[in-house]
Design a protein around this ligand. Structure first.
Ligand code: ADP
Ligand code: MG
Length: 177
């Protein structure tokens, strides 16, 4: 039963991915408070991650004209990865994940930083490629998906990682206002 449920979740993720990219609905922009979205998402992940400190640093509000689905999907993929990585610490130290939101020129900048063990070099080599995962139940599409949808909108994703110390992903998304 459990296997079937996980399979369905993975298929759903893939369908969401294909749907968003092929229907072109990433072109749809809305005016919304990106700080509120970031706060809400960090809180949801915090409530689901017992024993892991998930915090956020964001302005009280930050108006954005962009595609909210992109922000939500990218952030949830990055939060999920960081939470999975700090879980792997197995209590060696308290896992912390911090989400930051800033704006520079006409770009929204979202960072997700964790204090897990960093990304091993062999994983780094293929980091943004599809279907590369060592996780049970992982699809290995998360970062590929993030990069694809961000680049389609003039955004980008970069990262810094230090073995034994942690990883920070940095997302830049232009405001389309
Ligand atoms: N914050 C992180 N810390 C350590 N490793 C990471 C982190 N984020 C991603 N990774 C590594 O990159 C791989 C690819 O991530 P992703 O594309 O989201 O696929 P998946 O999570 O399904 O494996 C992960 O399997 C993991 O090994
Ligand atoms: Mg992932």
């Amino acid at each position: 039963m459990r296997v079937i449920k996980e399979d369905i979740e993975r298929i759903n993720e893939t369908i969401t991915f294909i749907g968003d990219v092929s229907t072109g609905n990433l072109d749809e922009v809305e005016r919304f408070d990106i700080a509120e979205l970031v706060r809400k998402q960090a809180k949801i992940f915090a409530s689901q991650s017992v024993g892991i400190e998930v915090t956020h640093q964001a302005p009280a509000n930050q108006e954005a004209i962009t595609n909210p689905t992109t922000v939500a999907h990218v952030l949830s993929n990055l939060l999920k990865n960081s939470i999975e990585a700090v879980r792997d610490l197995d209590g060696a130290r308290r896992g912390t994940v911090i989400v930051r939101l800033n704006k520079s020129a006409a770009k929204h900048i979202i960072e997700v930083e964790d204090n897990a063990d960093g990304i091993p070099p062999e994983v780094e080599k293929k980091l943004f490629m599809q279907f590369r995962t060592k996780k049970t139940g992982g699809l290995g599409i998360g970062l590929y998906y993030c990069r694809t949808i961000l680049e389609a909108q003039g955004g980008k994703i970069t990262y810094e990682t230090t073995r034994g110390k942690g990883t920070r992903f940095i997302v830049t998304l232009p405001d389309r206002g």
